[in-house]
Design a protein around this ligand. Structure first.
Ligand code: HXC
Ligand code: NAP
Length: 289
């Protein structure tokens, strides 16, 4: 396949990057780009068979070095063990990409407290577990590490029907911005990406089930009228973990084809008005005193 990377070869050489949830979906696509750009990669999640399959596929495709490690990010001891194995294998781990997540759609009143817990624990607790373990290590060893968190645009707008995810992603955004201020003095940068819809099996099977997509076409909410492509996100992530973004700290970069602003702008829905109707509307609205 054609190389779709924006950065030049070896831009990530010397970096060792942990991607949580790196065995599937967007994590896998970002990992592939990082390997192509010369980074060492660690991928960590619950399903070892999936991680191993991805590792062998990416190794074959890129020739890069990739270490799969089983880890439930909700458990601090497992996160510490990933870091330890990463240091043993690569000498140093200097980039953390918090990408692991859980999500499903449901009216909030239908959720059990366990259903709420499971999402918040994966997304928010998982992210602060890794961040704390890595931050302590970087500060102790005087390593100028980089954190990149994958959030969503509803981290700041909120959203019904994914309330545990929205609550947790808002927390991850607060974590991103708080540590950009607090740990900047150690040379540790902390940024986030807020993607709009990018097709993955994990998200589509849980958030856009077929019977619903037939009724509500999610593309209609996006000014560009298309979903994101994985290489578009991978390029942004590569930039944000690279030294080229060395002065970017505390930022959340939206990559959603204009979706959230479209939803927010009072009159944006008027693009549904057919052109011929505007003559009539103009007659009704013009010259009103
Ligand atoms: C209501 C549900 C539910 C559902 C599970 N639960 N699914 N409640 N509606 N659809 C409840 C269960 O009944 C249970 O509560 C509790 O949640 C735990 O469920 P388990 O199935 O035991 O948990 P587990 O097997 O660990 O699965 C975790 C999971 C699963 C989060 C539910 O979906 C998962 O593994 N997800 C990982 C990948 C993922 O979600 N990717 C999508 C990310 S996309 P009780 O009380 O019954 O025991 C994303 C995109 C955002 O974030 C933006 C898009 C534009
Ligand atoms: P995905 O393929 O389902 O990825 C989620 C990953 O998280 C899986 O690899 C899963 O692996 C891992 N994971 C779940 N629970 C875990 C745990 N307890 N410990 C460790 N790993 C765990 O979905 P995706 O669409 O690529 O999502 C990736 C990220 O992008 C998420 O943060 C999501 O919120 C964000 N995002 C996606 C979209 C989109 O449209 N796709 C939009 C906005 C934001 P295991 O099952 O092996 O643990």
């Amino acid at each position: 396949m054609t190389n779709l990377n924006m950065l030049k070869e070896n831009s990530l050489k010397g970096k060792t990057i942990l991607i949580t949830g790196g065995g599937t979906g967007l994590g896998k696509s970002m990992g592939k780009s990082f390997l192509e750009l010369g980074a060492n990669l660690i991928i960590a999640s619950r399903k070892m068979d999936v991680l191993e399959q991805t590792a062998s596929e990416l190794k074959k495709e890129t020739g890069g070095t990739i270490l799969p490690i089983q880890c439930d990010v909700r458990k601090y001891s497992e996160v510490e063990s990933v870091l330890q194995k990463g240091i043993e294998t690569f000498g140093e781990v200097n980039v953390l990409l918090n990408n692991a997540a859980g999500n499903f759609i449901s009216p909030t009143e239908r959720l059990s407290h366990k259903a709420f817990d499971i999402i918040v624990d994966i997304v928010l607790k998982g992210s602060y577990n890794t961040t704390l373990a890595f931050g302590k290590y970087w500060i102790d060893k005087q390593i100028q590490g980089t954190i990149l968190n994958i959030v969503t645009t509803y981290a700041w707008t909120g959203s019904g029907f994914v309330v545990p995810s929205a609550t947790a992603k808002a927390g991850v955004l607060a974590l991103t911005r708080s540590l950009a201020s607090e740990w900047g003095k150690y040379g540790i940068r902390s940024n986030a990406i807020a993607p709009g819809p990018f097709p993955t099996k994990g998200a589509w099977s849980r958030l856009f089930p077929e019977n619903l997509s037939k009724k509500l076409d999610p593309k209609q909410r996006i000014p560009l009228k298309r979903f994101g492509e994985h290489h578009e996100l991978a390029n942004l992530a590569s930039y944000l973990v690279s030294d080229y973004s060395g002065y970017v700290n505390g930022e959340v970069v939206t990559i959603d084809g204009g979706e959230w602003l479209y939803g927010a702008g009072e009159f944006n829905g008027l693009d549904q008005v057919p052109t011929e109707m505007w003559d009539e509307i103009e007659k009704m609205t013009r010259g009103k005193k």
